[in-house]
Design a protein around this ligand. Structure first.
Ligand code: ASP
Length: 440
């Protein structure tokens, strides 16, 4: 069986839902994972933030606006009187629950319950739409099987057993629809797989059922070799290895949740990225096949903080780095890049929630310099560290101030840290010299 995930735009209008129906309705059984309709999760985050800050009035206005959007979509999507009535009843109950929540004391759990409503709404509506169109569909409640442990990792054994049970309980169907993004945590509270997490839901299910393939359908024709928001003439990459895709997803390619390939790589289950608006385009195939050597794509990750830790105590001493790492570990902050010299170590983090606490502890053992607004630009490709083109990197970027470089940590990735104000220029230059002129 295949698992197909459709993003927010794919379920964002009647026309797009009809496209999705044509894509999935080919007579073979499949699991369909849906995101919330585009814009919904952002609105729910806003509502949750209003409530967290005690702004009940704006929360109520936003809840009401969102409800009106849904009523409009239902009337367009479901002319069938009974289904229209049933879906409206469901949507009204979701929104009256949200309105009731407003007067409760805010907690993280409540915030997560609010964020979960987008996927619950989109799947309920889409399931009814498929029924109206005569497709044999069934709704699988993700909260019956999708679960993360105390380290926020998917509990794969539980998910596999519960998914099988949930599918059995749902009765026979051709299309099994389920919610992306949402899950239960280890104490049974509603939680989620972080923003963009529906991709991750799809590959977790793919691994649990040993799927033939996982397809991620979005509104772009696959993973591009550079960021199309800043660079002209980017191209879709036809094939990526799991390693390359993982590096790109982690280092900024917005099309995929960073963890997407993790669950499926051990079983070599291919992941195909496709465009709902151009279903015949090849897209990008991610598989265990090794690619040709060389730079395949460039990606950038923003909002990076660089920390330089300088101490004479490092000189010919051991145990200093251990102390440094322990401080980050205590504050549950992941380190992305790291470079060292005899008397200093520079490293980067992207989550600066606990920065003040971290700095407070580091200052006890070293002198510290902090640079915010940095970007990691990363060149990804099979054996990229040994590629001839890579040596041109410094020539191409001779006028860009490089703050750090990471070379050789993995064969597939070279990362440089620059000030974010230089990012667009850097991406464009690399594109011109590594892709356009190289192939001209
Ligand atoms: N709806 C969630 C979000 O906007 C999850 C997803 O779309 O993948 O982040």
């Amino acid at each position: 069986m295949k698992v197909l995930k459709f993003g927010g735009t794919s379920v964002g209008s009647v026309e797009n839902m009809s496209n999705v129906k044509s894509i999935i309705n080919d007579g073979t059984k499949k699991v369909v994972v849906l995101s919330a309709m585009s814009g919904t999760t952002n609105q729910l985050v806003l509502i949750s933030n209003y409530l967290a800050s005690g702004n009940v009035k704006d929360a109520e206005v936003s809840i009401n606006n969102l409800k009106q959007n849904y009523i409009g979509v239902i009337d367009d999507l479901l002319p069938h009187a009974d289904l229209n009535k049933d879906v409206k009843r469901y949507v009204f109950s979701v929104f009256s629950n949200l309105t009731a929540i407003v007067s409760k004391p805010f907690s993280e759990g409540l915030g997560n319950a609010i964020l979960a409503q987008g996927e619950l709404l989109s799947t309920y509506m889409f399931n009814s739409y498929l029924k109206q169109e005569g497709v044999r569909a069934a709704l699988l409640p993700a909260l019956s099987f999708m679960c993360i442990d105390e380290f926020k990792e998917p509990d794969m054994a539980y998910i596999a057993t519960q998914f099988e049970k949930t599918i059995k309980d749902s009765g026979d169907a051709d299309i099994y629809i389920t919610q992306g993004f949402i899950c239960l945590d280890h104490v049974g509270e509603i939680s989620n797989l972080q923003r963009g997490g529906s991709d991750y839901t799809a590959t977790i299910i793919g691994a649990a059922i040993k799927a033939e393939e996982v397809q991620i359908w979005t509104d772009i024709d696959g993973m591009h070799n550079n960021d199309p928001r800043y660079v002209e003439n980017t191209k879709a990459i036809s094939h990526l290895s799991f390693d390359e895709a993982a590096e790109l997803a982690y280092f900024g390619a917005k099309i995929l949740h960073p963890q997407t390939v993790t669950p499926v790589r051990a079983d070599s289950i291919p992941v195909r990225l496709k465009n709902t608006m151009m279903p015949d385009a090849h897209g990008t195939l991610i598989s265990s096949k090794t690619s040709e050597k060389g730079v395949k794509a460039i990606a950038a990750k923003d909002n990076i903080t660089a920390i330089k830790i300088k101490s004479a105590r490092m000189l010919q001493a051991h145990g200093f780095l251990k102390k440094v790492f322990e401080i980050f570990e205590t504050h549950k902050t992941a380190i992305d890049m790291i470079t060292t010299s005899e008397v200093a170590v520079s490293l980067t983090i992207d989550d600066d929630k606990n920065l003040d606490k971290i700095l407070g502890e580091l200052e006890k053992i070293a002198s510290i310099e902090v640079d915010k607004n940095q970007s990691i630009v990363c060149l990804v490709g099979h054996a990229v560290v040994n590629d001839r083109n890579t040596y041109k990197l410094f020539q191409i970027l001779q006028d860009v101030k490089i703050r750090m470089i990471s070379y050789g940590g993995s064969n597939n990735n070279i990362s440089i840290l620059i000030n974010s104000k230089d990012k667009i220029n850097t991406l464009q230059k690399l594109n011109t010299y590594l892709f356009e002129r190289a192939t001209a």
